[in-house]
Design a protein around this ligand. Structure first.
Ligand SMILES: [Zn+2]
Length: 306
């Protein structure tokens, strides 16, 4: 049996929605006798001190993980190796498109929305040489499939678009889709639990895993936490981080109890929740927060769930 994981981006404090996803990832992993790994996805948007704060908050709600924390910023050799293997097999090509080029081309009537239309796929050597002088290239994967199907514990068989997506950005940073796939394979991760905003990325990632000779993981894309306006929960939504909750008298154990209650699980401890955890009984709808100033005045924090 492999492992599950939680993989936060250290761009700021975790909010209750992030912590809830982390608890779910832990419950899925531990309830299937898997290891549970912690990976910091710090190739982009890393803010000084955020990793320490995030790991402290995860520990404060009782999460434990196996082995050392892995940081993507320390694994550039692995990504370079995977890119080299794909390039040697003729599976990568340079793309010189700007965002605007792509949005204009992909808004054409025949194109699937949000997909790369293949503009640079068949450039001649001379065309490429000319474009290299104008702007740095990103590298895209030359895909054969148009769609790929993954299996998700909560969503069943999910089929999504696989276009020629970027694997190396034009600033030289490995793309998120590449780093995730390489890391999951290298770390023996065979179960990926994360927010359902990433469900549409799963087919591309599973396809890439196959291209790199790895078995795609089992997926569970879990509902997000939303604010009262129906938008994804964010730190500006009030008392939604452990730090802010502590300032209104809600400690980490109480925050955990709130999260577990939102999942229909007993709130005393993670082990009590684990004992009765069943993915089939999880709520299928997002966890909606209200931000009622009246509730705040009465001593309840803004951000208390409805
Ligand atoms: Zn292009």
């Amino acid at each position: 049996m492999g492992s599950g994981r939680f993989a936060p981006s250290p761009s700021g404090e975790l909010h209750l929605g992030n912590l809830r996803t982390a608890i779910l990832a832990w419950l899925f992993a531990r309830s299937t006798s898997r290891g549970f790994l912690m990976r910091v996805e710090d190739l982009d948007r890393a803010r000084a001190g955020a990793e320490e704060l995030q790991l402290a908050d995860l520990a404060a709600i009782g999460l434990t993980w196996d082995g050392e924390v892995v940081r993507q910023s320390e694994r550039s050799g692995l990504y370079a190796e995977a890119l080299g293997s794909l390039r040697a097999r003729g599976l990568l090509y340079e793309c010189f498109c700007t965002r605007r080029d792509i949005s204009e081309a992909s808004s054409a009537p025949h194109a699937a929305p949000g997909t790369y239309p293949g503009t640079c796929r068949d450039l001649t050597d001379a065309e490429r040489a000319a474009k290299r002088g104008l702007r740095p290239a990103a590298w895209r994967l030359r895909t054969e499939a148009e769609t790929f199907t993954v299996t998700d514990v909560l969503h069943g068989q999910y089929t999504g678009v696989v276009d020629d997506f970027v694997v190396l950005r034009n600033d030289g940073v490995p793309a998120y889709n590449l780093a995730v796939v390489v890391d999951d394979a290298a770390q023996g991760i065979d179960q990926v639990v994360r927010g359902d905003d990433l469900l549409s990325s799963a087919p591309r990632q599973a396809y890439l895993a196959r291209m790199l000779g790895a078995e795609p993981p089992a997926y569970a894309h879990v509902p997000l936490a939303l604010n009262a306006a129906g938008k994804r929960l964010a730190k500006r939504d009030g008392s939604v981080t452990l730090g802010r909750l502590a300032s209104v008298g809600i400690d980490a154990a109480a925050a955990r109890a709130m999260i577990l209650a939102s999942l229909g699980l007993p709130g005393d401890s993670l082990s009590a929740a684990l004992a009765v955890f069943d993915p089939a009984l999880l709520p299928t709808q997002p966890w909606v927060f209200t931000t009622d100033p009246g509730a705040h005045a009465s001593g309840k924090p803004i951000g208390w769930p409805s």
